[in-house]
Design a protein around this ligand. Structure first.
Ligand SMILES: CC(C)(COP(=O)(O)OP(=O)(O)OC[C@H]1O[C@@H](n2cnc3c(N)ncnc32)[C@H](O)[C@@H]1OP(=O)(O)O)[C@@H](O)C(=O)NCCC(=O)NCCS
Length: 202
């Protein structure tokens, strides 16, 4: 297996990062990646103006992150298969021509952002439009369309997305604290798999 974590020139890349060979990453120089991250085959990421991927993040096959704006996904968050994230948009409302085959000034693309906070999980085939923040611990059901911010620790479903019910946070935060005690040293540095006790190595 050729792990692209070691061949692409990222702005920053941590330890225990696996980027499968058939993932396509454009403009890696604008992308920072934390520790213990997995990016599956057939993921497509366009670096955009800035991309920050935290630690313990998984991005599943057939997910794309495009649009030229800023993308942030914090620690312990994940994108299921087929998620489409747009950090920028064309003018759908009639103010200009649209699509990248049309030159400026006839086309006025809007560059924006998407921010996914810690412990959020995005269900399969969900579409997230530009300018959205997914709150800490929010869970978005499969096939949702997210056009507005999602509140922390809330489960959302549907198109457009609506809150379904709260998502309990206590157990998740307890497990995060336990993981930190075991996988980080006293200075707060991540301990890579190769340096851990056998119990924790794969
Ligand atoms: C959102 C989700 C977590 C809710 O799970 P749940 O609590 O077991 O859901 P339920 O089956 O009890 O459904 C509760 C209600 O929400 C609706 N609902 C559930 N998921 C929905 C979805 N993705 N979109 C629209 N409505 C949904 C159900 O139809 C039901 O509505 P009703 O009360 O009118 O009958 C789950 O349905 C889901 O979408 N999970 C994502 C799975 C995924 O993408 N996995 C990929 C690999 S990680």
């Amino acid at each position: 297996m050729t792990n692209q974590a070691h061949s692409l020139k990222f702005a920053d890349v941590g330890q225990d990062v696996i980027i499968w060979p058939l993932a396509k990453i454009v403009s890696p120089e604008g992308i920072s990646i934390g520790d213990s991250v997995i990016i599956d085959d057939f993921v497509f990421i366009m670096g955009g103006s800035k991309t920050v991927i935290g630690s313990f993040v998984h991005i599943a096959s057939f997910t794309s992150i495009i649009g030229g704006g800023e993308f942030t996904i914090e620690d312990f968050a994940g994108l299921s298969g087929g998620v489409r994230i747009y950090t920028g948009n064309e003018d759908y409302l009639g103010g200009s021509l649209t699509n990248p085959a049309v030159p400026h000034p006839y086309r006025i693309p809007i560059r924006s952002f998407v921010h996914i906070k810690k412990h959020a999980i995005i269900g399969a085939n969900t579409v997230i439009l530009p300018g959205v923040t997914i709150g800490e611990g929010a869970a978005i059901g499969a096939n949702s369309l997210v056009t507005k911010d999602c509140k922390p620790w809330t489960i959302y479903v549907d198109s457009p997305s609506r809150p379904l019910r709260p998502r309990p946070q206590d157990r998740i935060l307890e497990l995060e604290a336990q993981l930190h005690r075991e996988l980080y040293d006293k200075k707060g540095n991540y301990i890579p798999k190769s340096q851990r006790e056998d119990d924790y190595a794969d």
